[in-house]
Write a protein that binds this ligand. Structure first.
Ligand code: FA5
Length: 350
């Protein structure tokens, strides 16, 4: 017994002496591993405890108690030494001048809004000033909403106007335009066809079509819908002209051109003038000087009826505009593909 206790005393003395001499974090770690072991190795203290079984039963409690005292003492001494060494290391690092606290910090880089978001905000602000509310409708739509209820029953040839992304779920598609939102907002906010509406519906649309400098397969639209008792084509022209004045400035010219959409009658398309002075303008306008920015027209009676309004009593106009095309006119962007390529050199300019 006495020899084991002596060995324990000796271990304690040795340990305290080597701990005192350990002056780096690495040396401290090595010391700790030597006496207390690691995941893979047994420490010296534990090895000694293993000898407990070789003692007489009567001697075991005294040895166990002493071993615990040694363990506590060593752990406390280790923590104290660790704090001293850490402080000394920090002081040495500061003194060696490797850390220049006068160096300016790195400023965090600021994120910014996407040009499409900025354009949407600008367009929405203009329409809000004219008393429009904003309605959001889903990007994943039913065939019925996107086509059927907009006066394009199955097999209607006008469905070919939009090349559609179909999903694996029958009757579910990615919307090709924001117009299905017309039906949704009439049904949801129209109070069974009794409430006049003045809304815009912004959002992403998808078309399985050829990507060119003026056409993307994923882009945004802002739909507009006004329903009231005596709404006429003159209201459409007035609202759109007012919008264009704010968007493109008083020098910006727009024109209305007769067109066809199954859900409006009569229908028009609206162009903004880019001119033909530069190769870019000629390319984007196919040499005409005019870039199409919106489809529009008087809401078709069938569509009013599908939204819950009596076409004998109510009339309305609608439009569906392309914000990216307008941003191209406002900022002189010559290719629509820049919008969704995520090239920071482009995006950082806004
Ligand atoms: C439509 O999508 C109709 N829903 C618009 C409408 C709404 C008419 C309400 C009547 C009443 P169109 O396919 O022409 O129409 O698209 C409308 C606008 O979206 C275009 O004028 C153009 O500005 C923009 N646009 C169309 N296709 C693309 C494309 N591939 N890439 C970028 N912008 C596009």
């Amino acid at each position: 017994m006495s020899t084991l206790l002596e060995q324990l005393d000796q271990l304690e003395q040795d340990a305290l002496a080597t701990l005192h001499n350990a002056s780096t974090s690495e040396a401290l770690q090595a010391w700790h591993t030597h006496y207390f072991g690691s995941k893979r190795t047994k420490g010296a203290l534990e090895a000694m405890l293993g000898l407990l079984s070789s003692l007489d039963k009567a001697e075991r409690p005294a040895f166990g108690k002493r071993a615990n005292e040694v363990k506590q003492r060593l752990l406390e001494a280790f923590e104290a030494r660790k704090a001293q060494v850490k402080e000394a290391e920090l002081a040495a690092e500061l003194a060696s001048g490797q850390l220049d606290v006068t160096l300016p910090g790195r400023p965090p880089t600021m994120g910014r809004l996407h040009p499409t978001t900025l354009t949407h905000r600008r367009i929405i602000a203009i329409f809000k000033r004219m008393g429009f509310e904003v309605y959001r409708s889903p990007e994943v739509e039913t065939d019925e909403m996107n086509f059927g209820l907009l006066n394009m029953p199955e097999h209607h040839p006008a469905r070919d106007m939009w090349d559609t992304f179909y999903t694996t779920r029958s009757g579910v598609i990615l919307r090709t335009h924001t117009s299905p939102g017309q039906i949704r907002v009439m049904r949801e906010w129209g109070e069974n066809g009794t409430r006049p509406l003045r809304v815009i519906l912004p959002g992403m649309v998808y078309r399985y079509e050829q990507v060119t400098a003026r056409s993307e397969s994923q882009f945004t639209q802002i739909e507009g819908l006004v329903i009231g008792r005596n709404i006429t084509m003159a209201d459409l022209k007035g609202v759109f002209a007012e919008f264009a004045r704010h968007m493109f400035g008083s020098a910006g010219q727009i024109r209305f051109r007769g067109s066809y959409f199954p859900f409006t009658e009569p229908s028009v398309e609206i162009d903004v003038y880019l001119g033909t002075d530069t190769p870019r303008a000629r390319m984007l306008t196919k040499g005409t000087g005019w870039l199409e920015i919106s489809g529009a027209g008087m809401v078709h009676p069938t569509v009013l009826r599908n939204g819950g309004y009596d076409p004998e009593e109510w009339s309305g106009f609608a439009f569906g505009m392309g914000p990216e095309r307008q941003a191209m006119r406002v900022h002189g962007i010559n290719d629509i593909r820049y919008f969704w390529q995520n090239d920071l050199r482009f995006l950082e300019q806004f």
